[in-house]
Each structure stands twice: as structure tokens, then as C-alpha cells.
Ligand binder design. Sequence first.
Ligand code: GDP
Ligand code: MG
Length: 138
Amino acid sequence: MERTLVIVKPDGFARGLTGEVLRRIEAKGYTLDTLQIMTADRDRLAQHYAEHEGKPFYQPLVDFMASGPATFAIVSGHRVIEGFRAIAGATDPTAAAPGSIRGDLGRDWGLAVQQNIVHGSDSPESAEREIGIWFAQR
Ligand code: GDP
Ligand code: MG
């Protein structure tokens, strides 16, 4: 069974959308394996977002992700990596399709970083790497 790391980012947490995101994951038939609410530290965010270092939105992204509590979830299911990213929708909340989390709920504030409610791993390698950053021995 495949697994992925989902994060309900600080904007989603602050707006009270954690339950709505988890509801959509469960309604799709995926399994919530582990849930943890925490404010992310910058060291682990730097590891998590290493691929984006040097991009214009990198520092705003780390600042945003460290700005308040978020919910970290290990989610499992058949093809869950691709499936959750389909549920999440496109990165840009304005372009994300209606029906997706970002399309239905994401607000485009014109900020330096897109505050788009959720993170989902983009490959099996990313998922295992990211789960290793945020969870010990899972
Ligand atoms: P994701 O896999 O869909 O989350 O997108 P990426 O891995 O490419 O980017 C990580 C996060 O950085 C996104 O979820 C956004 O919060 C932010 N981000 C990515 N690309 C851009 C961009 O072009 N502009 C802005 N402002 N933020 C971005
Ligand atoms: Mg990504």
C-alpha cells in the first residue's frame, strides 16, 4: 500500500479547514495512519523544501509554514500520492479546478507565497523522505 505525507498548512489550520481536508481524504477511501498538530521548525522546513531553495518564493514559504500550527498526516491507499494531488488541485489556488481542495477553498491573496491549504508528496521517494523528516520511525 502506498503512503504520502499530507500537511494542512497554517492557513488551512487557522481557517478551521483541517476537518474538511481530512473528511475529503477519508471520503475518497484513503486511510489516516498518523496525525500530528505542530508548528513546524525552520530546520526541518529547510530539509522538506530543499528543492525550492533559491527560488523567489522560498523564504516566504518557509516563513509561512513556520507561522503557526499545521496538521501533519501520513495517509495510505492505492495510488494515494497521485490521488491526493488530484484532490488537492493545482498549486495556484486561482487556477485550481473547482471541486479540488485548493479550487474550492484556496484564496489568492496575491502574497509572495501561495497559501494553498495543503501539501502532498509528489513521488514515493519524496513521500518516504518527507515522512522521515517529520515522523520518527514510522
Ligand atoms: P506543490 O507540490 O503543488 O505544493 O507545489 P511546489 O512543490 O511546486 O511548491 C511548494 C509550495 O510553494 C506551493 O504549495 C506553494 O505554497 C508555493 N509556491 C510554489 N510555486 C509558487 C509560485 O510560483 N509562486 C508563489 N507565490 N508560491 C509558490
Ligand atoms: Mg511539491
